[in-house]
Design a protein around this ligand. Sequence first.
Ligand SMILES: [Zn+2]
Length: 688
Amino acid sequence: MKPALMFSRIAVACTALCVLATLAQNSPAQEAHGIAVANMDRSVRPGDDFYQYANGEWLKHTEIPPDRIDVNVFTKLADLSNKRTSDLIEEIAKSNPPAGASSRNVADLYDSYMDEAAIEAKSLSPLRPHLEAIAAIRDKQELAHALGETLRADVDALNNTNFHTANLFGLWVAPGFNDSDHYNAYLLQGGLQLPDREYYLSDSEHMRKIRAQYQTHVAAMLKLAGFSDTDARAVRVLELEHAIAQTHRSLADNEDTNKANNTWTQADFAAKAPGLDWTEYFRGAGISQVASFIVWQPEAFKGESALVASTPLDTWKDWLAFHLIESYGGVLPKAFVEERFAFFGKILSGAQQQRPRWQRGVFVVDGFLGDVVGQLYAQRYFSPEAKAQAQAMVANLIAAFRQRIEGLTWMNSATKAEAEAKLSTLYVGIGYPETWHDYSNFEVQRDDIFGNLWRGDLADYGRQIARLGKPVDRKEWSMTPQTVNAVNLPLQNALNFPAAILQPPFYDPLAPAAVNYGAIGSVIGHEISHTFDTEGSTFDAKGRLRNWWTAEDLKHFEAATAQLAAQYDSYKPFPDLSVNGKQTLAENIADVAGISAAYDGYKASLAGKSAPTQDGFSGDQQFFIAFGQNWGAKTREAALRQQVMTDPHSPDEYRAATVRNIDAWYTAFDVLAGEKLYLAPGDRVRIW
Ligand SMILES: [Zn+2]
């Protein structure tokens, strides 16, 4: 998940969190270790609006803090995690570790970020040599070299649904589609600063206004960096980005792995994507020795390469300069930081104030040295008992999922055997990884935040390049223990459940089984289900991209998933903006299958006994309410619009409405035909 905005498979925007006292934090129901009854609005019929029923009082009494774009269970836990991480960083600094130790680097990186006086004193000097290098570019060959020098390992298509970068292209090093035993090089589209191609191409009034404000922002950033004639330059930069956006693949198409499996040798680039001097590009990127790449979006490589040839050199130089300034704007003097926040924070996300600097400092440490702090975090905040309990729950969920597969009447035995093989070889990481990332190639200097970020990105890039061709470690993690999230890694056939999500209100050892299965159980089930969503089901037990389905079974699967896509297409968070059923399909499948498996796991855990009631709610009711309360959220309009357009997850209220596909929910709440969420039994989507 990228540090700026988490695109993990389960939640979005987990970097935002609330310190506001909410009902959930104060309610006696929470202290009583069960569902938060005080958060519910029992005047709403569950069959009409289950989201309001489960969260209505909380929604009424919760305000989004001025420095946040949303408030929800994930953000609440992320606040806790950030505070703990900050305390650990402070302890590390106090222990005065020796030079060269990874803990010394944590302390120095954090200090260098916090030292605003030093940043102001340096003014533009960290930028200057880079801007001078761009100004010195004389021709398209030198341009190609300079573009190559911007390549970083800053995309992650499958674990992070991060399909593009602000640089011209992005590198992802991961197990190969066709050889999952070795690390391969994937190349992905790039070149845009706005969140997605739609921001450039959409014709809506809303988007036209954002583009005008963006153009003003581009000019302002260039002006701060000392450029002249900035309005004209901004027009040309925006025109170029618009042209780049036209070559980009949409998010929904990016999620189709079968369209992404395109192996190009170095020689193929010149033939298939003429325009850019590819030899010079790869030389600039330091990867001339890499024989072949998997090119995720061939049409974007063709289009962007042609634009390098057809667009004037000076426009590209302005584009390079602006992208450099934008990428490092967060660690430049205050005027840059404020200009960036005014556009990306206020206009694009709706936040009113910046997050406190110490919190942003924690994000920087998490992004560049996350495992150093993570190791301490896991020792301090995740006990062996908690790990054993979580492992037992995962085992129950996998068993429930296995039973569901065995019981599928529409699937033939050959396909079932392949699915079973995936399930039995799934690696499930709980709490923290077995080995930790090594950051020893990252040189940190106490007084140089700009240089630290520059070197940190290059160190990460170098580590990724060094892995190419090496055997894959299937147990490697893609998240830190202090991350409030969970992830399915399809090329490794693996799951990660970090320590920070395995705590109340998701998981409380003192809560009834109904509540734990409804809350964390549905999260665990969701991640297991990604193994078999539209994307996961294209990979076999070894993580290879291979169709293991019989034709009839695949046809049934596609029909059922099309029905689910249509269900989500009908949701309209804004009059001018609907949920995209295709873009969110994999996540919605995981939600439906995840809650189904969690329900089975919960029933099995009762071992025939009846569940205890809480405040008059039956065990089944508690299970579904706990699930609905996972999704209680307040999100600013700008951020929600951004999510609908750029995120594979549906907005929270529709995720809560997943229950309408589950028969047991109808029984638990006596939901009847005519109520708004009611679906006739034949219209309820059952996939796994
Ligand atoms: Zn997911």
